[in-house]
Design a protein around this ligand. Structure first.
Ligand code: CUA
Length: 330
């Protein structure tokens, strides 16, 4: 009877393990497309392999003991109990921890290695979006980082408010943005693509709406983007767009946002100079479409409660003009 019960317990554990393995969920951090994430994934697999081996051995002993039960006299063993404890409880764990320590230190060193030809990007964690600047290139944008494939990237991370954490699982590990301290994240994107990033440190009511994108491009495409991004937008080419620009500068908009080449020089909200090139509004709170933009201008608080963007009470014509103007910024 007891044997049957043990067998049933074992079957239940096995079924649970298999069920867990089936619901694999997101493995993005292990789907690496960057040098740094590859190192981290390698370390993860090593730790997983060692932990799995230890688990299998220990579980094997438990199953063996359960199946054998207490019947009969214990069979004589060539390994004495004290030897068993010294090897299994001391030597093997020490070796495993030693291997992990050495590999962790070498991996950390590889992640921190500075490069002379790195492209520098300065990122500030705001509540709740990311300010992105390319020193020496006159590029200021938000929530989207363009990087050339194959070139080492060095991201300086700071915050002027609370602690955030910058994480693009497929490219690199997470690094916190800490007020009063500049941390550095280094990686090289190995494959063109758009990689999603998140804020990985709870930072307040809109922590979940603090997403960003890293757009890895061929060096040529990156240079084309950089040239366009450094160029101030063209003057409005329609009456409605021109009216939108006047409104933008007269209304509170210009007090918070910058549009390079115009009177709008606010520093509180994201720089909107290349607004149309961005995929989302409010750091991932809504897709960047004219309809969502109109709603954002009118009732940002219903889309992103707690954000610094106030609801503006405006006529339909004014909203349409502002949308038209913002849609012309690229
Ligand atoms: Cu910023 Cu969480």
């Amino acid at each position: 009877m007891s044997r049957l019960r043990h067998a049933a317990a074992f079957a239940w554990v096995l079924a649970s393990v298999l069920a867990l393995a089936a619901c694999s969920g997101s493995t993005e951090a292990l789907d690496s497309h960057g040098s740094e994430s590859r190192h981290i994934a390698g370390l993860w697999w090593l730790m997983f392999g060692l932990a799995a081996a230890v688990y299998v051995v220990v579980a094997g002993f438990i199953v063996l003991a359960a199946v054998r039960g207490r019947r009969g006299k214990p069979a004589g063993s060539r390994i004495s109990p004290s030897m068993f404890i010294i090897v299994g409880g001391l030597v093997v764990p020490t070796l495993i921890l030693l291997v992990l320590a050495v590999v962790t230190v070498t991996t950390t060193n590889a992640l921190r290695k500075p490069s002379d030809d790195a492209l520098r990007i300065e990122v500030t964690g705001e509540r709740w979006w990311w300010d992105v600047r390319y020193p020496g290139r006159q590029i200021v944008t938000a929530n989207e980082l363009h990087v050339p494939v194959g070139q080492p990237i060095e991201i300086g991370l700071v915050s002027d408010n609370v602690i955030h954490s910058f994480w693009v699982p497929e490219l690199a590990g997470k690094v916190d943005t800490i007020p009063g301290q500049r941390n550095v994240l280094r990686f090289t994107a190995e494959k063109p693509g758009t990689y999603l990033g998140v804020c990985a440190e709870f930072c307040g009511i809109q922590h979940a709406h603090m997403g960003f994108r890293v757009i890895a491009q061929s060096p040529g495409a990156f240079e084309r983007w950089a040239t366009a991004a450094a160029t101030p937008p063209l003057q409005p080419d329609s009456e409605q767009t021109a009216q939108g620009q006047v409104l933008f500068q007269r209304l509170p908009c210009a007090g918070c946002h910058t549009v390079r080449g115009t009177e709008a020089r606010g520093k509180v909200g994201p720089d909107l100079t290349d607004f149309t090139t961005r995929a989302t509004i409010g750091a991932g709170a809504a897709e960047n479409t004219p309809k969502n933009l109109a709603r954002w201008i009118r009732e940002a608080q219903s889309i992103k409660p707690g954000s610094l963007m106030p609801d503006l009470t405006l006529s339909d014509d004014d909203v349409a003009a502002l949308v038209s103007y913002l849609q012309s910024l690229n």
